[in-house]
Design a protein around this ligand. Structure first.
Ligand SMILES: [Cu+2]
Length: 126
């Protein structure tokens, strides 16, 4: 348990270092990172309007580091991924490791009007 947490913390620290220092070529020992976070960083920018998201499928592979930026083009929205317990609000970016496979519905978590329920999409992790 402790060892697992330590590995996860290390993976997160390395992920953070990768994000902060993209110009730094040497990443170090990949094996030390473990299962989670060994993949590349996959970056997505989702634009939200009151009619929905401009991206309704986000496809990644297990182990990828997923970076999602949400831009509110119209109204106030968020993007919440069920099953991953992650949420990003307009103007913000979230970063996490896609450590489990499956299809995870994402939707707007801010009551934004009559199309609120239509604001959905899927995170697909293979
Ligand atoms: Cu919304």
């Amino acid at each position: 348990m402790i060892e697992k947490l330590t590995k996860r913390t290390l993976a997160l620290a390395i992920t953070a270092a990768l994000v902060v220092l993209p110009a730094c070529g040497k990443i170090g020992d990949q094996n030390a990172i473990g299962q989670a976070g060994k993949g590349p960083v996959k970056q997505f920018t989702v634009h939200a309007r009151s009619t929905g998201y401009d991206m309704t499928e986000i496809k990644v592979k297990q182990g990828d580091t997923v970076k999602i930026t949400l831009k509110n083009e119209q109204g106030m929205h968020s993007l919440k991924i069920k099953g991953y317990n992650k949420e990003v609000r307009g103007g913000k970016t979230i970063t996490f490791v896609a450590d489990k496979t499956g299809e995870f519905v994402f939707s707007c978590n801010i009551s934004c009007g009559k199309n609120h329920k239509a604001m959905t999409g899927k995170l697909i992790v293979k």
